[in-house]
Design a protein around this ligand. Structure first.
Ligand SMILES: Cc1cc2nc3c(=O)[nH]c(=O)nc-3n(C[C@H](O)[C@H](O)[C@H](O)COP(=O)(O)OP(=O)(O)OC[C@H]3O[C@@H](n4cnc5c(N)ncnc54)[C@H](O)[C@@H]3O)c2cc1C
Length: 112
């Protein structure tokens, strides 16, 4: 713990919404928001990451019909949910993953 505390770099005041570059020597390296651990009791718990969206997928029209490179619908092929690409870029509004799947899935189902 002393090694961890000593390795923390200087940086901006703590703001969980802004990467502050305050690093610490851990494996893998902690790259932001490092703060000294000074006052117990201490608790440890495992943390892992997950993929919420890929943002990638097939291009469709607004009815979920998969399009060719020439923007022509491919007969009988539909995509929605995680199979649909081009809906989001960089970020997304909360709840829009499930909503998009339901909306575009229903639209595709209504003409399939
Ligand atoms: C951790 C996490 C949190 C999220 N939080 C939110 C949230 O708060 N709000 C929100 O709107 N969205 C959220 N999302 C995104 C949302 O869950 C997805 O956008 C949505 O579930 C995608 O639906 P889908 O039907 O396209 O795909 P999926 O839900 O992935 O369904 C695909 C299904 O196909 C099955 N499958 C795969 N391969 C085969 C195969 N060969 N044969 C048969 N079945 C197969 C899988 O088992 C799965 O059941 C979250 C995602 C994650 C991972």
């Amino acid at each position: 713990m002393q090694g961890f505390n000593a390795s923390i770099t200087e940086g901006a005041p703590f703001d969980p919404n802004i990467k502050d570059g305050r690093r610490a020597d851990t494996r893998p390296p902690k790259s932001n928001w490092a703060r000294s651990i000074t006052t117990g009791p201490f608790y440890a718990f495992p943390v892992t990451c997950g993929i919420t969206f890929t943002f990638g997928g097939l291009k469709t029209d607004t009815w979920g019909r998969v399009l060719t490179e020439d923007a022509e619908p491919l007969e009988g092929l539909f995509a929605c949910g995680e199979a649909l690409g081009g809906l989001f870029s960089g970020n997304y509004p909360g709840g829009s993953g499930l909503a998009a799947g339901a909306v575009f899935g229903r639209r595709a189902g209504s003409i399939a």
